[in-house]
Write a protein that binds this ligand. Sequence first.
Ligand SMILES: Cc1cc2nc3c(=O)[nH]c(=O)nc-3n(C[C@H](O)[C@H](O)[C@H](O)COP(=O)(O)O)c2cc1C
Length: 216
Amino acid sequence: MFMSQNLHNYRRSYEKGNLSRSSIDPNPLQQFRTWFYEAKDAVGEREVNTMTLTTIGLDGFPKGRVVLLKEYDEYGFYFFTNYNSEKGKSIAVNENVSLSFFWPVMERQVIIKGKASKTPKNVSDNYFDSRPVGSRLGAIISDQSSVIENREALDKKLKLLEEEFKNKEIIRPDYWGGYLVSPISIEFWQGRSNRLHDRMLYTLQGYDWKIERLAP
Ligand SMILES: Cc1cc2nc3c(=O)[nH]c(=O)nc-3n(C[C@H](O)[C@H](O)[C@H](O)COP(=O)(O)O)c2cc1C
């Protein structure tokens, strides 16, 4: 029998900061940059760029999974993956996605809604070429999200490929590359005491960002 686990007493109080209309940047990407660097200083490079990508699946269910943010700029947020993976197939049918960050030590959350599109080939090539050999071969080998027989099959494939590419250039396969998520809204959440958290929502209106405060 599975014992029920009661976590009702796991409580925490949030007191690290606050968000106000006058303290935030009019541009959410600039605001993101500020928070990203503050989080990086607190948690380090290994942790700061993990984000949950949620897509609407072909089965109608939303699905979130962690991917790494590899770049962001005025156009949005970039990550890299296998275009034939479950997420890739989902995006091909429904470009609407969400990205969310949770930086516990900062008591901060960022939730982005946006449209995902494949990055130009040269962007995918540049990033692919910057990866270590093992990661490049791994990307080639793994038919991401498909059912496989066992672990050994994967290891065997890697061995064969390591031989094959010993003295050969490893070229990015076209089923692997980047996505740009162009934001349509970005919410910044800062924990506050008494559950009266600060939430500021930026929504794209034409070329401008509307800013509203949301109830916690
Ligand atoms: C810390 C962490 C980082 C990850 N980064 C990536 C990534 O950048 N790209 C990627 O395709 N999968 C990444 N994954 C694996 C994904 O979470 C997921 O298992 C994989 O992309 C297959 O997802 P799908 O079957 O829903 O398409 C990462 C997982 C973890 C835990």
